[in-house]
Design a protein around this ligand. Structure first.
Ligand code: HEC
Ligand code: HEC
Length: 306
């Protein structure tokens, strides 16, 4: 583009070249910064968004954070006030999105209106404060989080059903993959049902990615099976750490607070294969909406057998 600098060029021309060079450098730097910011855009599933919204909407004041947490309330009886605890989100075993949405939207369900009037502390209606999509996200989080309590985790996770040698249907894979993920703690870091949202200081995006979206595809060379198995074995990716940007990826993976452990010796080969299938299935499903989580809840917890 530019004439090569040589001693014959007059001083004004070399000044102009320097000027152009500086502008080019500036554009490159700016472009790089913008690109980095675009790459760093966070990606949230409804479940992860719902967890944050439950916090900012103040739900925990009255309901507590975990299963079995007792919170003060009173109920008016015929002659006096009687004590009553507020339920946590999981005490009443509500498994229907519509019911949770009705509670949040109106602060009460049609069926409970009269009973609710006798409570000392009443639930506010959130329809004026939250958008329907936000209420849906909170419902998604309540349902996904509740699986911790019904499905267990680590040693309390339910055992896998014996395989009869036939290939698993998608729903059977969902159930087996979920149980295995619970058993080996994948959700501790990757979120319930791999829906992400767990913070990780000094990581590239500030959180541990889930299994649902673009983050996953980026880290696994577009959902490459071998890459997923490499992550499971070593707690690090191979493709992401090579090539032009490999050094940047390595930098973030090494300095982030929480590191993924390598499961090479902790999982048997068929278990790793099953997890790879499960992660690919989850990724194909995308960020799970509340209604799909409702369906998964009934799959994991058939009413008759639990
Ligand atoms: C000021 C207190 C208060 C706040 C804040 C509050 N609730 Fe409630 N909530 C209640 C009370 C009281 C009930 C009724 C309990 C009963 O009837 O036994 C209730 C019932 C519920 C129920 C049905 C019962 C259950 O726990 O499964 C859900 C679901 C629920 N609330 C969700 C939420 C969500 C989500 C938020 C935040 C967006 C929230 N609540 C904020 C007081 C509150
Ligand atoms: C102690 C926390 C922790 C546990 C437990 C954990 N991981 Fe990870 N995992 C991470 C971190 C951190 C990353 C790296 C993210 C990065 O470098 O950007 C990661 C990355 C991955 C990736 C790359 C793609 C993506 O979306 O994250 C896969 C695949 C993966 N983990 C699978 C699993 C599986 C399967 C299990 C359970 C057998 C598991 N992980 C358990 C922390 C964990």
């Amino acid at each position: 583009m530019f004439p090569p600098p040589c001693p014959a060029i007059p001083a004004s021309a070399s000044g102009r070249i320097l000027g152009w060079l500086l502008i080019a450098l500036l554009i490159l730097g700016l472009g790089g910064t913008i690109l980095l910011q675009v790459e760093k855009q966070p990606e949230y599933s409804p479940v992860a968004r719902g967890a944050k919204l439950a916090e900012t909407a103040g739900c925990f004041a009255c309901h507590g954070r975990g299963d079995g947490e007792k919170r003060f309330n009173l109920r008016q009886k015929a002659d006096a006030w009687g004590t009553k605890n507020n339920p946590t989100f999981w005490d009443e075993d509500i498994t229907k999105v519509d019911e949770i949405v009705e509670w949040i939207t109106n602060g009460v369900t049609a069926a409970e209106v009269e009973k609710h009037k006798r409570l000392f502390i009443k639930m506010p209606a959130y329809k004026v404060r939250l958008k329907p999509a936000e209420i849906d996200a909170i419902a998604a989080w309540i349902l996904a989080e509740g699986l911790k309590y019904t499905q267990g985790t680590g040693p309390t996770a339910k055992p896998l059903s014996a395989s009869d040698g036939k290939p698993l249907t998608a729903d059977q894979l969902l159930v087996s993959g979920d149980r295995l993920s619970r058993k080996f703690g994948c959700y501790l870091c990757h979120g319930e049902l791999g829906q992400g949202g767990v913070a990780n200081p000094d990581s590239f995006k500030g959180y541990i990615p889930g299994f649902f979206g673009r983050d996953f595809l980026k880290l696994t060379a577009n959902g490459d099976r071998g890459e997923i198995l490499h992550w499971i074995d070593h707690g690090r990716g191979q493709a992401i750490e090579s090539g032009l940007t490999g050094k940047i990826a390595r930098h973030f993976t090494t300095r982030q607070a929480t590191q993924m452990p390598g499961y090479r010796d902790q999982l048997a080969a068929p278990e790793k294969e099953l997890l790879a299938d499960y992660l690919l299935l989850l990724n194909k499903s995308g960020p799970l909406p509340a209604k799909e989580i409702e369906r998964i809840v009934t799959l994991l917890q058939p009413a008759a057998s639990n």
